[in-house]
Design a protein around this ligand. Structure first.
Ligand SMILES: Cc1ncc(COP(=O)(O)O)c(C=O)c1O
Length: 404
C-alpha cells in the first residue's frame, strides 16, 4: 500500500528491505494515517468551495486555515498569533528552503545545533550557507557557548569557517528545541529564555523547527521560542507531516508580520499563489470538525506506547550497557552504545540480524565528537509495539547483551 506503485515507478519515499525492521526512517505508520477523515474533509471542501478550492490560492494561505491556526496555537502554545503573522507553507522542508532564500545570501553563516536534523543541513547547504555548529548536552543546545562562538566568528576562527563560506555575523540560528531530531531532548525553560535574549541582542533570526511540538507524551508541550521572543526574533516552522500526514505537504510558519510580508512579496508566492492551497483547505476542514485534535490525541497514545515498548525492550539487557533518556515526545530515542562500540560498524551487523537505525555521526554539520560514534537514533513511530520489541531484542542480541 506504500512504496512501489504497479509497474516499476515508485510511489513513496520509504524503501522496505526484506527481513529488516528499519528504525532509520522518521516516518509515520501508514496504518495511523487518517484516510477516511481526510477523504470526508476533501469531499466537504470540494462541495463547499467548488472551483475556489482548485484555483490559485491566496499567497499567505487560505483564510479558513489561517483562522483555525490562530485559535489552535492560542490554545496549545504560549501565545496566539495575529493572522498577518501566519503563513501557510508546504511543510518544514519547503519552509526552511524559502527562509534561507529570503533571509540569507550565499556564503552567509548559519548557526546549527550539533547534533542536528541531518536533512536541514542538506537544505541549508543547497543555498550554499556556511554552517557553524553549537555544542549540545543532554538538555539540548548549550546556549552559554554562543557568545564564545560569536567571538571566534568575529575573529574569523579557522575552525569556524570549515565549510569554506565567508564568516561574519551569522544570519540565522537553526534549531529543533522541542522533541529534537535526533536526540528527543527539549530545551529547558531557562535556556529558551537565554536563547531568545541572545538572538535579540545579537540580531540573529532563530529558525525554530517545531516539527514535533504537537507530539508530547508525558506533559503539555513547552512554549515555543516564538511565543517567548520579542517580535522579529523567531521564525517558527510548524508541520502537518507528523501530526497528520506528510503526503499533504502542508505546514505553517509564525513570524513577525514584516517577515511574513517579505514571503508574500517573493517571486515564488507571486507566481504560484499560496503553497499547498487544496491541502490547506482540507486540513482546515478536518480541524474544524474536531478530527485534528482527535487525531493528535490518538497519535500521542499510540507513539507513547511504542516509545515505551522499544525502550523497555532495550532495558531487558543482561547488563546496563546501553544508556538513553526517555524522550518526552517526538519520533526518536537517542541511545548510547556500550563504551568502545562504533555505531557504523554495529549497523552492518545489525542489518544482517534484521534491524536498522541511523548512526550518530550522520547528524553533525561540523566535526564529529568522539562520543557521537557510539550513538544511534531509533525511530519508534513506523512500527507497532510487537515489531519494536522484536527490534530491541535483535539489537541486544547483536550487542551480545541479550538477557538469559
Ligand atoms: C526536525 C525536522 N524538520 C523537518 C522535517 C521535515 O518536515 P516536512 O515533512 O514538514 O517537510 C523533519 C522530518 O523528519 C524533521 O525531523
Amino acid at each position: 500500500m506504500y512504496g512501489l506503485a504497479s509497474g516499476a515507478l515508485p510511489l513513496g519515499q520509504f524503501v522496505a528491505r526484506d527481513g529488516i525492521i528499519d528504525l532509520a526512517w522518521g516516518h509515520p505508520d501508514p496504518a495511523l494515517l487518517p484516510i477516511g477523515g481526510l477523504q470526508r474533509a476533501a469531499n466537504a471542501v470540494l462541495a463547499r468551495y467548488g472551483a475556489d478550492a482548485l484555483g490559485y490560492g491566496y499567497p499567505t494561505g487560505p483564510g479558513p486555515l489561517i483562522a483555525w491556526l490562530c485559535d489552535h496555537l492560542g490554545a496549545i502554545d504560549g501565545r496566539k498569533p495575529d493572522p498577518e503573522a501566519v503563513l501557510a507553507t508546504a511543510g518544514n522542508s519547503q519552509a526552511l528552503d524559502q527562509v534561507a532564500t529570503i533571509l540569507t545570501k550565499p556564503g552567509d553563516s548559519v548557526l546549527v545545533e550539533a547534533p542536528t536534523y541531518h536533512l536541514a543541513v542538506r537544505i541549508l547547504r543547497d543555498h550554499p550557507l556556511n554552517l557553524v555548529p553549537i555544542p549540545s548536552d543532554e538538555d539540548g543546545m548549550r546556549v552559554e557557548a554562543l557568545p564564545g562562538i560569536m567571538r571566534a566568528l568575529r575573529r574569523g576562527g579557522a575552525g569556524l569557517q570549515a565549510n569554506g563560506g565567508r564568516s561574519g555575523r551569522p544570519r540565522l540560528l537553526y534549531c529543533v528545541p522541542t522533541f529534537n531530531n535526533p536526540t528527543g531532548a527539549s530545551l529547558p525553560p531557562e535556556r529558551r529564555r537565554q536563547l531568545v535574549e541572545f538572538a535579540a541582542e545579537a540580531g540573529i533570526v532563530i529558525v525554530e523547527d517545531d516539527a514535533y511540538g504537537e507530539l508530547a507524551y508525558d506533559a503539555p508541550r513547552p512554549p515555543s521560542l516564538w511565543s517567548l521572543a520579542p517580535p522579529g526574533v523567531v521564525v517558527r516552522l510548524g508541520s502537518f507531516s507528523k501530526s497528520l500526514a506528510p503526503g499533504l505537504r502542508a505546514g505553517f510558519l509564525t513570524a513577525d508580520a514584516a517577515i511574513v510580508e517579505r514571503f508574500r512579496e517573493s517571486g515564488q508566492l507571486d507566481s504560484g499563489g499560496g503553497v499547498s492551497h487544496f491541502s490547506s483547505l482540507v486540513i482546515a476542514e478536518f480541524a474544524r470538525s474536531g478530527d485534528y485534535s482527535a487525531n493528535v490525541a490518538r497519535l500521542r497514545a499510540a507513539y507513547r506506547e511504542r516509545r515505551d515498548a522499544l525502550l523497555d525492550a532495550l532495558g531487558e539487557s543482561s547488563r546496563p550497557a546501553l544508556d538513553w533518556r526517555r524522550p518526552g515526545g517526538g519520533y526518536f530515542a537517542w541511545v548510547a552504545l556500550p563504551a568502545g562500540t562504533d555505531a557504523r560498524v554495529l549497523l552492518r551487523k545489525a542489518e544482517a540480524a534484521g534491524v536498522g537505525f541511523m548512526t550518530g555521526p550522520s547528524f553533525y554539520a561540523g566535526p564529529i565528537p568522539s562520543a557521537a560514534t557510539g550513538r544511534i537514533r531509533l525511530a519508534f513511530t513506523r512500527y507497532g509495539p510487537e515489531a519494536l520489541i522484536e527490534a530491541g531484542r535483535r539489537l541486544l542480541a547483536v550487542l551480545d547483551l541479550a538477557a538469559g
